[in-house]
Design a protein around this ligand. Structure first.
Ligand code: SUG
Length: 444
């Protein structure tokens, strides 16, 4: 057996974190649109979560934020002149486009890419496909920089293959690992890969909210990665209509355990059969279904119980559920979490974490991280300066104290000073994380 561990790569919250109501079907994003945000508080919440993981003995990496505002995007659509003039005219005439150009949405690293560990890939390398995120304008600005980021973190082409994103066509709408779950006996063992999709590319979609992931996108990812043991369950239509814009809002899985809400899959019985059959000879899947009676979908979406990180913690026999504080505060979700931990099932205990700034945009603990299963050699080949530990935590806290604003309101995005502040923060970060020269567009 190859020894491997599941590392987490968290997106660092950027200096322009804001609430702009940019994501239809994401109920929290709509609800909090226009509210003041707290970028410094947000980045520190994320850092504290990374620290918790690192302290539990789980390898943790930092993914740097993207350059925002994306002035290349604004100039591509006809705003010209100095940086200040671009911002000023765009904000006056098309504030929604400025909001998109400023979005710090790359923090939700579960959407950065879909990953196939070497144990499941035909050529024995770790494969990544950065998500094209084309359903939402602000997120469609991410794939290019995400590709650069992943190639910096995982540089050795003999071990890692960071593909280009899929073609940016609606047919191949792709949201990365937010709709992918890998089950296995142990991380280094062969796994079963669940690629959960919302709509078929040729199908007429008339749901209340967008279905962001197509089946065809995931088939293409599995094909180019050479992913073994792939199953393709369909997301529940009712779940999408109820605000589960990604499957990870209603489902999470680690090792042999798949925890999901009754509404997560269009046909839950078939999904379980397919998984069981594909896992035959490797492991016995443990399905933990939470019923609508126990936890109504609306409460699941409000509390983000299923957007917890389900962790195999070194030295602990059973899994740990790292849930958002909102789960603790939603009575039925709290009861469901307690019931999971007190039953004799795969989950041994629950911890709660405060990521409220991200939650207010619909991003829970699981949204903030990209999971990458790595063998010891692969782990050693990742950029060491991005490995999170107590020293990096202190450095980044200090950096955020000096570089981030405490508070941002929507009108602040019209302030041209924010462009320079944001660049200065990223320039300093480039050195801290050893990202190399010309990493961001403004540095080229
Ligand atoms: O794509 N929110 C993100 C949240 C992503 C959560 N990720 C996972 N579930 N894996 C989204 O909907 C809101 C931005 C705003 O409205 O300002 C936003 O993009």
């Amino acid at each position: 057996m190859t020894s491997a561990i599941e590392a987490n790569c968290d997106g660092l919250v950027g200096p322009t974190h804001s609430y702009a109501g940019l994501a239809p079907g994401n109920l929290a994003s709509a609800r909090n649109s226009g509210d003041p945000s707290h970028p410094r508080g947000a980045v520190k919440e994320g850092l504290a979560k990374m620290r918790r993981l690192a302290d539990l003995g789980i390898p943790q990496f930092v993914l740097p934020p993207h350059e925002r505002p994306d002035l290349r995007f604004l100039s591509a659509i006809g705003f010209s002149g100095s940086d200040a003039r671009i911002i000023e005219t765009a904000y006056r005439t098309e504030p929604e486009l400025v909001n998109a150009a400023y979005s710090a949405s790359s923090m939700w690293a579960a959407n950065a890419a879909t990953v196939t560990p070497s144990a499941d890939a035909a050529d024995g390398r770790v494969h990544f496909t950065p998500a094209n995120l084309l359903t939402n304008l602000h997120r469609s600005l991410e794939p290019g920089q995400t590709t650069t980021i992943l190639r910096r973190l995982f540089p050795d082409p003999d071990r890692f293959c960071v593909h280009d994103p899929l073609p940016a066509r609606p047919h191949f709408a792709d949201e990365g690992a937010a709709n992918h779950v890998r089950l296995c006996a142990d991380h280094g063992e062969p796994g079963v890969n669940l690629f959960v999709w919302g709509r078929g590319a040729w199908e007429h979609w008339d749901g209340r909210f967008p279905a962001r992931q197509t089946l065809e996108a995931y088939e293409a990812v599995a094909r180019r990665h050479g992913t073994a043991r792939a199953v393709f369950p369909r997301q529940g239509r009712a779940a999408i209509n109820g605000g589960a814009f990604h499957n990870d809002v209603v489902c999470v899985g680690t090792r042999t355990c798949l925890l999901f809400h009754e509404s997560a899959f269009e046909d839950a019985a078939k999904a379980q059969d397919d998984i069981r059959r594909t896992a035959e000879g490797l492991f016995e899947p443990l399905f933990v279904e939470v019923s609508e009676a126990q936890l109504p979908l609306a409460d699941a979406v409000k509390s983000y119980l299923f957007n917890s990180q389900l962790l195999a913690v070194p030295g602990e026999d059973r899994l740990v559920l790292l849930a958002p504080a909102e789960t603790q505060e939603t009575p039925l979700a709290h009861a469901a979490a307690q019931a999971l931990a007190s039953s004799n099932g795969p989950i041994g205990r629950v911890e709660y974490v405060d990521v409220r700034q991200s939650m207010r945009n619909g991003g829970g603990p699981a949204c903030l991280r990209l999971r990458v299963v790595l063998t010891d050699d692969e782990l050693a080949a990742a950029n060491p300066a991005q490995r999170f530990d107590a020293t990096l935590h202190a450095r980044l806290n200090d950096w955020a104290d000096r570089r981030y604003r405490d508070r941002l309101v929507p009108a602040d995005l019209a302030d041209p000073a924010l462009v320079g502040e944001s660049r200065a923060a990223l320039d300093e970060l480039t050195a801290i994380l050893d990202l190399g020269s010309g990493f961001y567009p403004f540095q080229r």
